[in-house]
Design a protein around this ligand. Structure first.
Ligand code: S3P
Length: 181
């Protein structure tokens, strides 16, 4: 049992952190928040525009600020960006303030979901399969390090993944005052 005040979704681009996170929030009567959206709001600029203006390092600093602010709250499902686990300070915050769910999917699933996406700067003008493979190699150990629960979501629809998670969370995650509806 883990009395963390928030649920944090981690995993690579295209894992379903937002779509599944929203469903989980509804099911447990929690607020849904998204770190990328918080970065966009706090900076008044899109993710590609932020990468363009201040580079990946500048984006990561803003991502950390947004994550820290959101995790200050409670009763939320927090969808993080795929690279948020790179920063050890983010991993520490997630573990301190959240029950962390790793949505694991392979590169084929990611490619099918983000294949034509224009909103993810790391995937523009590159061999996406090669980049996604490399990112997953580096990040998979970090997702696992921070996770309280790992769900293999590769062959699951968002609805199926949600159902599987609801069952496991009801058993494994306990937050005072919140019960599965
Ligand atoms: C990134 C993932 C994106 C976004 C940014 C960088 C990454 O979020 O934060 O484009 O480094 O994997 P999603 O995982 O929600 O796509």
């Amino acid at each position: 049992m883990n009395p963390a005040p928030n649920l944090v979704m981690v995993g690579p681009m295209g894992a379903g952190k937002t779509s599944i996170g929203r469903r989980i929030a509804e099911r447990f009567s929690l607020d849904f928040v998204d770190v990328d959206h918080a970065v966009i709001e706090e900076n008044g600029a899109s993710i590609p525009a932020i990468f363009e203006a201040v580079g990946e390092a500048g984006f990561r600093a803003r991502e950390h600020t947004a994550l820290a602010r959101l995790l200050d709250g409670e009763g939320q499902v927090v969808a993080s960006g795929g690279g948020a686990v790179l920063d050890p300070a983010n991993r520490a915050l997630m573990r301190e303030r959240g029950f962390v769910v790793y949505l694991h999917v392979g590169v084929e699933t990611q490619l099918a979901r983000v294949g034509r996406d224009r909103n993810r700067p790391l995937l523009q003008g590159v061999d996406r399969r090669e980049v996604l493979t490399r990112l997953l190699e580096v990040r998979d150990p970090l997702y696992r390090e921070v996770a309280d629960l790992v769900l293999d979501a590769d062959r699951l629809t968002p609805g199926e993944a949600t159902a599987a998670l609801v069952g496991r969370l009801a058993r494994e995650w306990q937050r005072s005052g919140v019960d599965a509806a």
